[in-house]
Ligand binder design. Structure first.
Ligand code: GSH
Length: 107
């Protein structure tokens, strides 16, 4: 992450991650070799969730992450809380806590 990225941050910084009703509203920005991403993906597998993944080694996905979230760091969970409006949740442990809390006990 560059100093510029750090300063830029995301618009919602400090606001709690919004709750959504469907996995369709989630997307995980990640890289295959990233251990923090593996940690999140292990929990996604454990909970048997189907979440779209974008690999930020692809320039278009990295650009989307930078433009939306403000940092190039992965993993990042994109949460669409209103049509076309996204909350960008960084930090593997925060992503895991969010997934367990809101999608950990589905029928
Ligand atoms: N504390 C973060 C660490 C994440 C992290 O360091 N990710 C690395 C990849 S393994 C990263 O994105 N570094 C910045 C970069 O690759 O540009 C977490 O737990 O999610």
């Amino acid at each position: 992450m560059s100093l510029f990225d750090w300063f830029k941050g995301a618009d919602h910084e400090g606001a709690p991650a919004p709750v959504v009703d469907s996995l369709d509203k989630l997307a995980l920005y990640q890289k295959a070799w990233c251990p923090y991403c593996q940690r999140v993906k292990a929990v996604i597998g454990e909970l048997d969730l189907e979440i779209t993944e974008y690999d930020t080694n692809e320039p278009a996905h990295l650009q989307a992450l930078l433009a939306g979230g403000g940092q190039r760091m992965v993993p990042c969970l994109r949460i669409e809380h209103a049509p076309g409006q996204y909350y960008w949740l960084y930090e593997s442990m925060d992503i895991i806590a969010y997934l367990r809390r809101h999608f950990g006990e589905r029928a």
